[in-house]
Design a protein. Structure first.
Length: 358
């Protein structure tokens, strides 16, 4: 298997390989020895799609050079989920496409593909995925032994105008707290020291499980049901030497309660990954980020005051449609003044089907 893209895609790859082992198959690091090649694709931006296409074509070329016409090539991941219908016509080299709902079924799908005579390329992709893993889902970890990713939710409810993730991964759906805690306990028992909590929007965790449903911009209130705050406090009570790190948090859902929890729980790393994308008021509006400059600046101040020694990591997009020179300069001034400990910059990528692309 070749897995591309983010940590969330990597967890999907681990689940797919877990289902393969569960069916009695073997995994090999040598592509030329395999009966089946799986490429777990990314489609977040154009360069990721290009990388995925290149990996598919290279895999096909290698099986031709290795004289393995019987070797099957299966495509999974976000690009398969989003573009399977179009790719079936443009990539006849592919033997099957599977979507995000089928990650736990790869083993059975491989058996079907390998034993079926040549015919039309099957498309196992279902629209609008709803799948989410549980603590006992078979999984083959691809990370070093000391670190692991734990997916606490899947999908996204945010309307960011540059992004097509909700169209690929569906609406936000949180795992039950007991399922997450069981998985973390098992990982700690295996000797894992670093637990990375991931989802498309980690700070929105649990709000979709409330009896009275919460909107995407409602304040976080742990009295109404599960939240990231209550989850972190439950993790804090797990015995063992380990720490937990928060990735992919959204500025709209931070709260004083969450900041206080981070400060009080010594198993929570003093590290925040919070993609901001821009700071100019007009740009945030065009991006439909559901927040504003005053909120962001106040949140950063609260985080640094409330959690001494905290490390802030963020990302920004430059070249978004309509960005003016003064708006760009305001972003530069903000970066220089705030001095993030970690910073990533992305050039705008026009994504088909997004509001910004129009």
């Amino acid at each position: 298997m070749i897995s591309l893209g983010c940590a969330k895609n990597l967890v999907d790859a681990e689940i797919m390989l877990g289902s393969v082992l569960d069916r009695g198959m073997e995994i090999t690091a040598r592509a030329e020895d395999a009966d089946v090649l799986v490429i777990n694709t990314c489609a977040f931006i154009d360069s990721a799609k290009e990388e995925s296409i290149d990996a598919i074509l290279e895999a096909h070329q290698q099986r031709e050079l290795g004289n393995r016409p019987d070797q099957k090539l299966i495509i999974s991941g976000c690009m398969a989920q989003r573009f399977a219908r179009e790719l079936r016509e443009s990539l006849p080299e592919v033997d099957a496409f599977i979507g995000l709902d089928q990650v736990s079924e790869l083993g059975a799908i491989i058996e079907s593909v390998v034993t079926t005579a040549n015919g039309p390329c099957p498309n196992f992709v279902t629209p609008r995925p709803t799948y989410i893993p549980d603590y006992d889902t078979p999984r083959f970890r691809l990370t070093p032994s000391h670190t692991a990713y734990v997916k606490i939710a899947e999908g996204c409810n945010h309307p960011c105008s540059f992004c097509i993730i909700p169209q690929m991964r569906g609406r936000h759906r949180s795992r039950q707290p007991a399922s997450i805690l069981s998985e973390i306990k098992a990982l700690v028992a295996e000797g894992v020291k670093e637990i990375n909590l991931i989802s498309q929007d980690t700070t929105y965790y649990g709000m979709d499980l409330w009896t009275e449903k919460a909107g995407p911009r409602q304040p976080i209130d742990s009295s109404r049901g599960p939240t990231l705050t209550t989850l972190l406090r439950d993790i804090q009570r797990i015995e063992g030497e380990f720490w937990v790190r928060l990735l992919y948090t959204h500025p709209a859902h931070w709260s004083s309660e969450l900041i206080r929890t981070m400060a009080e729980c010594d198993k929570v790393a003093r590290y925040v990954d919070m993609p901001l994308q821009h700071i100019d008021e007009a740009m945030l509006g065009r991006m439909r980020r559901e927040t504003n400059r005053a909120h962001i600046e106040n949140l950063i101040e609260q985080l640094r005051d409330g959690v001494p020694g905290i490390v802030l990591r963020t990302t920004f997009i430059v070249g978004f449609p309509g960005e003016t020179e003064p708006e760009f300069e305001s972003l530069l001034e903000f970066i220089e003044r705030i001095r993030f400990e970690r910073l990533g910059i992305f050039k705008y990528s026009q994504e088909e089907g997004s509001r910004a692309a129009r």
